[in-house]
Design a protein around this ligand. Structure first.
Ligand code: SAM
Length: 475
């Protein structure tokens, strides 16, 4: 089914329309030196209502150094206005690397006969989750390959149930996000009922022909089924969905336009855009060499993409994983990233036991190998508040209810104190002495930045309660 560009359509090739993307890229190329137009778009972006994929694509094509610096400054300012200085922390948890797909960039592809295949039992999940809780994590992203026999939806649901049920010392996982293959409305409904946070699915590439080449067989080879997954997820009741492109597979300008068109489509059809956008880049992995793909991007281009996503969709959280190094993460956190992973392992069972050379199961090489405590300390040294908050989703502030809070400017009276409360829990239960000292100083300073006097007082009294051994307060 192939038609004209139609943002409202439920057909992949109409809402991610190849002709529209090609016209957008041609328009962006034709106007990349049109400084008057670029200034106009930057001015419009200052209204903080976002930009269309065409407008943002012109900015991406622009090579004028002074204008690019203005885009960076604006991204930084928008980030501060919407997200303050908080950075939310999470960790991935790999349940199983059995997979029946043929993805050419992923070492879990079915032809890989030498990678160790592992699937956690519920007891092993318990052990992994306790290890994650002992690090201080409260928020997980579940990862699994696609394999109807080894990883059926019942296995994922049982695992979610197990994870929410584990309370070790003061630990608990309060939000489980799920990154599993595209599935049916019925299965999305089951995930929703199991209490997941965000459903995350990376598009990998929006370019249909490239998509089909990179996914030669298996259920994931169906471009339309994959691309329409978020519509099915929302139909199944999931309010918060997370988009992402695997940068490096295809030309980045194409992907950038496709990504924004996807966000525009969700907003147009469901009244709420994506909750998050992830910006992974292809990494070396077991039998994968990123150099084999066409779209590799350098760190400057990567930073520009991140800044422009921040400007184009100001209400959408941005996630960066440990695929990126400390220095790249430092740069893009400033430009708009709001969530990062820390202390991650991308192997199945890797939190409990490091793997021997001959039984490795990890999905890709991690660049940032620091511990969570080191990441928390590093964030505070840069002036960011590490947040383990999961309050919104637990208070039912998902989808458009979360967006209204953001748009009403209430974040500083809500997310900010919640960040301080969860940081306090972390400091008391898990931090090293050094990190604890940094954190206590930060809390003392940041308490005064809560605008509402009432909230400030309540926050101070909750902090005392936490000091006295109580846990899990939130606004
Ligand atoms: N199997 C599910 C799917 O098909 O969406 C779950 C996701 S998989 C465990 C998580 C993501 O890792 C993929 O969507 C892909 O973008 C990313 N990934 C795969 N191979 C990678 C590599 N070599 N480097 C970086 N990221 C990779």
């Amino acid at each position: 089914m192939k038609g004209m560009y139609d943002i409202q359509s439920l057909h992949a090739e109409e809402f991610i329309n190849n002709e529209e993307i090609l016209e957008t890229l041609a328009y962006a190329d034709a106007h990349k030196n049109d400084l008057a137009l670029i200034d106009e778009i930057i001015e419009k972006a200052k209204e903080r209502k976002g930009l269309s994929h065409r407008e943002a694509s012109v900015l991406l094509a622009c090579e004028d150094a002074e204008r690019i610096n203005r885009m960076y400054d604006l991204a930084e300012q928008i980030k501060k206005d919407f997200y303050g200085n908080r950075i939310v922390l999470f960790a991935p948890l790999y349940l199983s690397n059995y997979c029946v797909n043929g993805c050419l960039y992923c070492p879990y592809h079915i032809e890989n006969g030498h990678i160790a295949r592992k699937k956690l039992t519920q007891d092993e999940i318990r052990a992994e989750v306790i290890a994650l809780q002992d690090m201080g994590h409260k928020r997980l992203a579940l990862e699994a390959g696609e394999d109807p026999l080894n990883n059926p939806i019942e296995y994922i649901l049982e695992s979610i149930n197990t994870i929410y049920g584990i309370h070790h010392k003061n630990g608990s996982i309060r939000r489980v996000n799920v990154n599993i293959a595209a599935t049916t409305v019925e299965n999305y409904r089951k995930l929703h009922e199991a209490g997941i946070g965000t459903y995350i699915l990376f598009q990998e590439t929006y370019h249909k022909e490239t998509y089909e080449k990179l996914h030669p067989h298996g259920p994931k080879s169906n471009y339309a089924y994959h691309t329409e997954a978020m519509d099915r997820a929302m139909e199944g009741g999931i309010d918060d969905v997370g988009l992402g492109v695997l940068f490096g597979l295809e030309k980045y300008r194409y992907e950038f336009a496709g990504l924004l068109m996807h966000a525009e489509h969700l907003e147009a059809v469901h009244g709420v855009g994506p909750h998050t956008i992830s910006v992974p880049r292809v990494k070396p992995a077991d039998d994968i060499d990123p150099g084999e793909f066409d779209g590799g991007i350098d760190d400057d281009t990567f930073a520009k993409i991140c800044a422009l996503i921040r400007i184009a969709v100001p209400y959408t959280g941005m996630i960066i994983s440990t695929r990126e190094s400390q220095s790249v993460r430092e740069r893009v956190i400033r430009l708009g990233v709001s969530q990062i992973s820390g202390g991650s392992k991308t192997s199945v069972g890797g939190y409990v036991r490091p793997e021997a050379e001959d039984e490795r199961s990890e999905q890709f090489d991690v660049s940032d190998t620091r511990t969570l405590d080191e990441v928390v300390g590093w964030l505070m040294e840069m002036g960011y508040i590490p947040s383990f908050c999961t309050a919104c989703y637990r208070a039912g502030r998902t989808g458009d209810r979360f967006m209204s809070l953001l748009k009403a400017g209430q974040i500083q009276n809500c997310c900010h104190p919640n960040a301080l409360l969860t940081l306090k829990e972390y400091l008391l239960d898990y931090a090293s002495d050094r990190t604890r000292a940094l954190g206590e100083a930060m809390i003392a300073k940041e308490l005064s930045n809560i605008p509402s006097e009432k909230v400030r007082e309540n926050c101070a009294s909750y902090l005392k309660e936490i000091q006295n051994g109580n846990r899990d307060f939130r606004f």
